[in-house]
Design a protein around this ligand. Structure first.
Ligand code: NAD
Length: 291
Protein backbone atom coordinates (compact mmCIF):
# COMPACT_ATOMS: atom_id res chain seq x y z
CA UNK A 1 0.00 0.00 0.00
CA UNK A 2 1.08 3.54 -0.74
CA UNK A 3 1.28 6.67 1.41
CA UNK A 4 -0.55 9.40 -0.49
CA UNK A 5 -0.78 13.15 0.20
CA UNK A 6 -3.98 14.64 -1.24
CA UNK A 7 -4.18 18.44 -1.42
CA UNK A 8 -7.48 20.08 -2.41
CA UNK A 9 -10.38 18.24 -0.77
CA UNK A 10 -13.34 20.01 -2.39
CA UNK A 11 -16.31 18.62 -4.32
CA UNK A 12 -14.03 16.36 -6.35
CA UNK A 13 -10.99 15.88 -4.13
CA UNK A 14 -12.83 14.78 -0.95
CA UNK A 15 -14.60 11.76 -2.51
CA UNK A 16 -11.50 10.90 -4.57
CA UNK A 17 -9.37 10.84 -1.41
CA UNK A 18 -12.09 8.81 0.37
CA UNK A 19 -11.83 6.17 -2.37
CA UNK A 20 -8.05 5.96 -1.83
CA UNK A 21 -8.66 5.48 1.92
CA UNK A 22 -11.27 2.79 1.16
CA UNK A 23 -8.72 1.00 -1.06
CA UNK A 24 -6.41 0.68 1.96
CA UNK A 25 -3.88 3.42 1.19
CA UNK A 26 -2.51 5.66 3.94
CA UNK A 27 -3.81 9.13 3.05
CA UNK A 28 -2.85 12.51 4.51
CA UNK A 29 -5.10 15.22 3.11
CA UNK A 30 -4.93 18.98 3.28
CA UNK A 31 -7.44 21.70 2.42
CA UNK A 32 -8.01 25.24 3.64
CA UNK A 33 -11.61 24.10 4.38
CA UNK A 34 -11.34 20.36 5.20
CA UNK A 35 -14.79 19.62 6.67
CA UNK A 36 -16.16 17.62 3.72
CA UNK A 37 -13.12 15.35 3.78
CA UNK A 38 -13.30 14.85 7.54
CA UNK A 39 -16.97 13.88 7.15
CA UNK A 40 -15.89 11.22 4.63
CA UNK A 41 -13.22 9.83 6.99
CA UNK A 42 -10.17 11.25 5.18
CA UNK A 43 -7.34 12.04 7.64
CA UNK A 44 -6.32 15.71 7.35
CA UNK A 45 -2.92 17.23 8.16
CA UNK A 46 -2.24 20.72 9.55
CA UNK A 47 -0.54 22.06 6.43
CA UNK A 48 0.27 21.09 2.85
CA UNK A 49 3.92 20.60 3.84
CA UNK A 50 2.91 18.31 6.73
CA UNK A 51 0.64 16.29 4.41
CA UNK A 52 3.47 15.50 1.96
CA UNK A 53 5.90 14.51 4.72
CA UNK A 54 6.55 10.77 4.27
CA UNK A 55 4.34 10.46 1.16
CA UNK A 56 5.31 8.30 -1.85
CA UNK A 57 2.71 9.99 -4.05
CA UNK A 58 1.29 13.54 -3.98
CA UNK A 59 -2.03 14.39 -5.64
CA UNK A 60 -3.40 17.92 -6.07
CA UNK A 61 -7.03 18.73 -7.00
CA UNK A 62 -7.32 22.54 -6.99
CA UNK A 63 -9.44 25.20 -8.71
CA UNK A 64 -6.74 26.82 -10.89
CA UNK A 65 -3.21 26.69 -12.25
CA UNK A 66 -2.21 29.65 -10.10
CA UNK A 67 -3.22 27.71 -6.98
CA UNK A 68 -1.38 24.59 -8.16
CA UNK A 69 1.78 26.70 -8.46
CA UNK A 70 1.11 28.33 -5.07
CA UNK A 71 0.78 24.90 -3.45
CA UNK A 72 3.97 23.75 -5.23
CA UNK A 73 5.72 26.76 -3.61
CA UNK A 74 4.75 25.26 -0.24
CA UNK A 75 5.45 21.58 -0.86
CA UNK A 76 8.11 20.90 -3.50
CA UNK A 77 11.06 21.10 -1.10
CA UNK A 78 9.30 18.73 1.32
CA UNK A 79 8.38 15.91 -1.09
CA UNK A 80 10.72 12.88 -1.10
CA UNK A 81 12.92 12.67 -4.21
CA UNK A 82 11.58 10.31 -6.87
CA UNK A 83 7.93 10.60 -5.78
CA UNK A 84 5.09 10.83 -8.27
CA UNK A 85 3.41 14.26 -8.11
CA UNK A 86 0.03 14.08 -9.85
CA UNK A 87 -2.05 17.17 -10.61
CA UNK A 88 -5.66 16.26 -11.39
CA UNK A 89 -6.93 19.87 -11.47
CA UNK A 90 -8.08 21.25 -14.80
CA UNK A 91 -5.50 23.94 -15.67
CA UNK A 92 -3.93 25.47 -18.78
CA UNK A 93 -1.59 23.30 -20.84
CA UNK A 94 1.31 25.75 -20.43
CA UNK A 95 0.69 25.99 -16.65
CA UNK A 96 0.80 22.18 -16.49
CA UNK A 97 4.09 22.13 -18.42
CA UNK A 98 5.72 24.73 -16.14
CA UNK A 99 4.45 22.84 -13.07
CA UNK A 100 6.05 19.69 -14.49
CA UNK A 101 9.35 21.51 -15.07
CA UNK A 102 9.35 22.69 -11.48
CA UNK A 103 8.64 19.16 -10.24
CA UNK A 104 11.45 17.68 -12.35
CA UNK A 105 13.84 20.35 -11.01
CA UNK A 106 12.85 19.21 -7.49
CA UNK A 107 13.74 15.60 -8.36
CA UNK A 108 10.11 14.43 -8.70
CA UNK A 109 8.15 12.58 -11.42
CA UNK A 110 5.35 14.89 -12.66
CA UNK A 111 1.97 13.78 -13.95
CA UNK A 112 -0.90 15.89 -15.28
CA UNK A 113 -4.07 13.82 -14.91
CA UNK A 114 -7.24 15.91 -15.30
CA UNK A 115 -10.50 14.05 -15.07
CA UNK A 116 -13.87 13.75 -16.69
CA UNK A 117 -16.91 12.34 -14.91
CA UNK A 118 -17.81 15.03 -12.37
CA UNK A 119 -18.72 14.63 -8.72
CA UNK A 120 -20.78 11.51 -9.48
CA UNK A 121 -17.73 9.86 -11.05
CA UNK A 122 -15.52 11.03 -8.17
CA UNK A 123 -17.88 9.43 -5.62
CA UNK A 124 -18.30 6.21 -7.60
CA UNK A 125 -14.58 5.86 -8.39
CA UNK A 126 -15.30 5.84 -12.13
CA UNK A 127 -13.47 8.98 -13.33
CA UNK A 128 -11.77 9.05 -16.73
CA UNK A 129 -8.17 10.23 -16.23
CA UNK A 130 -6.30 11.85 -19.14
CA UNK A 131 -2.64 11.41 -18.35
CA UNK A 132 0.40 13.38 -19.46
CA UNK A 133 3.55 11.69 -18.13
CA UNK A 134 6.67 9.71 -19.03
CA UNK A 135 5.91 6.33 -20.60
CA UNK A 136 8.09 4.59 -18.00
CA UNK A 137 5.78 5.74 -15.18
CA UNK A 138 2.43 4.76 -16.72
CA UNK A 139 2.01 1.34 -15.08
CA UNK A 140 2.65 2.81 -11.60
CA UNK A 141 0.38 5.80 -12.30
CA UNK A 142 -2.43 3.55 -13.50
CA UNK A 143 -2.20 1.39 -10.36
CA UNK A 144 -2.21 4.49 -8.14
CA UNK A 145 -5.25 6.04 -9.86
CA UNK A 146 -7.18 2.76 -10.06
CA UNK A 147 -9.39 3.22 -6.90
CA UNK A 148 -10.64 6.54 -8.36
CA UNK A 149 -10.83 5.54 -12.01
CA UNK A 150 -13.07 3.97 -14.57
CA UNK A 151 -10.48 4.59 -17.25
CA UNK A 152 -6.88 5.86 -17.46
CA UNK A 153 -5.69 7.03 -20.90
CA UNK A 154 -2.04 7.93 -21.54
CA UNK A 155 -2.17 10.95 -23.85
CA UNK A 156 1.57 11.75 -24.12
CA UNK A 157 4.21 13.71 -22.23
CA UNK A 158 3.65 16.52 -19.67
CA UNK A 159 0.69 18.72 -20.62
CA UNK A 160 -0.87 16.11 -22.91
CA UNK A 161 -3.56 15.21 -20.38
CA UNK A 162 -4.64 18.85 -20.09
CA UNK A 163 -4.53 19.15 -23.89
CA UNK A 164 -6.91 16.19 -24.26
CA UNK A 165 -9.22 17.61 -21.59
CA UNK A 166 -9.63 21.04 -23.27
CA UNK A 167 -10.24 19.39 -26.66
CA UNK A 168 -12.96 17.18 -25.18
CA UNK A 169 -14.71 20.03 -23.37
CA UNK A 170 -14.56 22.32 -26.42
CA UNK A 171 -16.33 19.56 -28.37
CA UNK A 172 -18.84 19.01 -25.56
CA UNK A 173 -19.78 22.70 -25.19
CA UNK A 174 -20.34 23.12 -28.92
CA UNK A 175 -22.43 19.95 -29.12
CA UNK A 176 -24.54 20.96 -26.09
CA UNK A 177 -25.48 24.28 -27.65
CA UNK A 178 -26.25 22.51 -30.95
CA UNK A 179 -28.52 20.00 -29.20
CA UNK A 180 -30.26 22.80 -27.27
CA UNK A 181 -30.91 24.91 -30.37
CA UNK A 182 -32.26 21.84 -32.21
CA UNK A 183 -34.74 21.03 -29.39
CA UNK A 184 -36.05 24.60 -29.25
CA UNK A 185 -36.36 24.76 -33.05
CA UNK A 186 -38.09 21.35 -33.18
CA UNK A 187 -40.58 22.42 -30.48
CA UNK A 188 -41.39 25.60 -32.42
CA UNK A 189 -41.93 23.46 -35.54
CA UNK A 190 -44.50 21.39 -33.60
CA UNK A 191 -42.43 18.32 -32.68
CA UNK A 192 -42.50 16.81 -29.19
CA UNK A 193 -39.23 16.54 -27.29
CA UNK A 194 -39.60 12.75 -27.26
CA UNK A 195 -39.94 12.66 -31.07
CA UNK A 196 -36.88 14.89 -31.51
CA UNK A 197 -34.96 12.60 -29.16
CA UNK A 198 -36.14 9.34 -30.75
CA UNK A 199 -35.11 10.52 -34.21
CA UNK A 200 -31.83 12.29 -33.45
CA UNK A 201 -30.53 9.70 -30.97
CA UNK A 202 -30.79 7.13 -33.77
CA UNK A 203 -29.53 9.45 -36.49
CA UNK A 204 -26.41 11.49 -37.20
CA UNK A 205 -27.15 14.04 -34.44
CA UNK A 206 -26.36 11.39 -31.82
CA UNK A 207 -23.88 12.56 -29.13
CA UNK A 208 -23.31 12.49 -25.33
CA UNK A 209 -24.94 15.94 -24.89
CA UNK A 210 -28.11 14.37 -26.30
CA UNK A 211 -28.16 10.79 -25.06
CA UNK A 212 -26.69 11.21 -21.54
CA UNK A 213 -27.01 14.88 -20.57
CA UNK A 214 -30.20 15.60 -22.55
CA UNK A 215 -31.19 19.27 -21.94
CA UNK A 216 -34.96 18.58 -21.84
CA UNK A 217 -36.75 16.56 -19.12
CA UNK A 218 -38.20 13.19 -20.09
CA UNK A 219 -36.18 11.30 -22.69
CA UNK A 220 -33.18 10.63 -20.37
CA UNK A 221 -34.57 10.53 -16.79
CA UNK A 222 -31.12 10.83 -15.15
CA UNK A 223 -30.11 14.05 -16.95
CA UNK A 224 -29.91 17.35 -14.96
CA UNK A 225 -32.89 18.78 -16.92
CA UNK A 226 -35.10 16.45 -14.83
CA UNK A 227 -33.97 18.09 -11.57
CA UNK A 228 -34.12 21.77 -12.48
CA UNK A 229 -30.60 21.72 -13.95
CA UNK A 230 -28.90 21.02 -10.63
CA UNK A 231 -25.28 20.13 -11.62
CA UNK A 232 -23.90 17.78 -12.91
CA UNK A 233 -21.20 19.77 -14.50
CA UNK A 234 -21.74 23.38 -13.46
CA UNK A 235 -21.77 26.16 -16.09
CA UNK A 236 -18.94 28.15 -14.41
CA UNK A 237 -16.66 25.10 -14.75
CA UNK A 238 -17.56 24.78 -18.42
CA UNK A 239 -16.88 28.50 -18.91
CA UNK A 240 -13.51 28.04 -17.17
CA UNK A 241 -12.58 25.08 -19.37
CA UNK A 242 -13.57 26.97 -22.54
CA UNK A 243 -11.31 29.82 -21.40
CA UNK A 244 -8.45 27.30 -21.16
CA UNK A 245 -9.34 25.92 -24.60
CA UNK A 246 -9.29 29.41 -26.15
CA UNK A 247 -5.98 30.15 -24.41
CA UNK A 248 -4.54 26.97 -25.96
CA UNK A 249 -6.02 27.90 -29.36
CA UNK A 250 -4.38 31.31 -29.23
CA UNK A 251 -1.01 29.88 -28.19
CA UNK A 252 -1.07 27.37 -31.05
CA UNK A 253 -2.59 29.68 -33.68
CA UNK A 254 -5.68 27.44 -34.04
CA UNK A 255 -8.75 29.10 -35.54
CA UNK A 256 -11.61 27.98 -33.26
CA UNK A 257 -14.26 30.36 -34.58
CA UNK A 258 -17.27 28.49 -33.17
CA UNK A 259 -15.35 27.83 -29.96
CA UNK A 260 -14.87 31.58 -29.42
CA UNK A 261 -18.60 32.19 -29.84
CA UNK A 262 -19.53 29.30 -27.55
CA UNK A 263 -17.05 30.54 -24.93
CA UNK A 264 -18.66 34.00 -24.89
CA UNK A 265 -22.14 32.43 -24.62
CA UNK A 266 -21.09 30.23 -21.69
CA UNK A 267 -19.17 33.05 -19.97
CA UNK A 268 -22.29 35.26 -20.00
CA UNK A 269 -24.53 32.36 -18.89
CA UNK A 270 -22.17 31.36 -16.06
CA UNK A 271 -21.95 34.97 -14.82
CA UNK A 272 -25.75 35.31 -14.83
CA UNK A 273 -28.75 32.94 -14.68
CA UNK A 274 -26.61 29.84 -15.19
CA UNK A 275 -24.27 30.41 -12.25
CA UNK A 276 -25.71 27.51 -10.25
CA UNK A 277 -26.98 25.44 -13.18
CA UNK A 278 -25.63 22.45 -15.05
CA UNK A 279 -24.13 23.49 -18.39
CA UNK A 280 -27.13 21.89 -20.16
CA UNK A 281 -29.20 24.76 -18.67
CA UNK A 282 -27.93 26.73 -21.68
CA UNK A 283 -31.18 25.59 -23.34
CA UNK A 284 -33.00 28.10 -21.09
CA UNK A 285 -30.93 30.89 -22.68
CA UNK A 286 -31.89 29.64 -26.15
CA UNK A 287 -35.59 29.54 -25.12
CA UNK A 288 -35.45 33.04 -23.58
CA UNK A 289 -33.85 34.44 -26.73
CA UNK A 290 -36.50 32.72 -28.86
CA UNK A 291 -39.58 34.16 -27.14
P1 NAD B 1 -13.77 22.86 -5.34
O1 NAD B 1 -13.72 24.35 -5.38
O2 NAD B 1 -14.96 22.17 -4.80
O3 NAD B 1 -12.49 22.31 -4.52
C1 NAD B 1 -11.22 22.90 -4.55
C2 NAD B 1 -10.66 22.83 -3.14
O4 NAD B 1 -9.34 23.37 -3.16
C3 NAD B 1 -11.45 23.66 -2.13
O5 NAD B 1 -11.92 22.79 -1.10
C4 NAD B 1 -10.46 24.70 -1.61
O6 NAD B 1 -10.60 24.99 -0.24
C5 NAD B 1 -9.14 23.99 -1.90
N1 NAD B 1 -8.02 24.92 -1.97
C6 NAD B 1 -7.92 26.08 -2.64
N2 NAD B 1 -6.70 26.64 -2.45
C7 NAD B 1 -6.02 25.79 -1.64
C8 NAD B 1 -4.71 25.80 -1.07
N3 NAD B 1 -3.86 26.82 -1.33
N4 NAD B 1 -4.35 24.77 -0.28
C9 NAD B 1 -5.20 23.75 -0.04
N5 NAD B 1 -6.46 23.67 -0.54
C10 NAD B 1 -6.85 24.68 -1.33
O7 NAD B 1 -13.47 22.39 -6.84
P2 NAD B 1 -13.78 20.96 -7.48
O8 NAD B 1 -15.15 20.95 -8.06
O9 NAD B 1 -13.37 19.91 -6.51
O10 NAD B 1 -12.76 20.98 -8.72
C11 NAD B 1 -11.37 20.79 -8.55
C12 NAD B 1 -10.73 20.74 -9.92
O11 NAD B 1 -11.32 19.69 -10.68
C13 NAD B 1 -10.93 22.02 -10.75
O12 NAD B 1 -9.73 22.29 -11.43
C14 NAD B 1 -12.07 21.66 -11.69
O13 NAD B 1 -12.01 22.38 -12.90
C15 NAD B 1 -11.81 20.18 -11.92
N6 NAD B 1 -13.00 19.39 -12.30
C16 NAD B 1 -14.16 19.55 -11.63
C17 NAD B 1 -15.27 18.78 -12.00
C18 NAD B 1 -16.59 18.94 -11.29
O14 NAD B 1 -17.61 18.44 -11.80
N7 NAD B 1 -16.63 19.57 -10.11
C19 NAD B 1 -15.18 17.87 -13.06
C20 NAD B 1 -13.96 17.71 -13.70
C21 NAD B 1 -12.87 18.48 -13.32
Amino acid sequence: MTTIAFIGLGNMGAPMAANLVAAGHTVAGFDLAPQAALDLGVPVAESAAAAVDGADVVITMLPSGALVHAVYDEILEHVAAGSLIIDSSTIAVDEARTAAERAVAAGLRPVDAPVSGGVVGAEAGTLAFMVGAAEADIAEITTTLEPMAGKVVHCGDSGAGQAAKVCNNLMLAISMIGVSEAFVLGEKLGLTDQTIFDVTSNATGQCWALTTNCPVPGPVPTSPANRDFKPGFASPLMAKDLGLAMQAAELTGTDTEVGRLVQSIYREFADGDGAAQDFSGIINRVRAASE
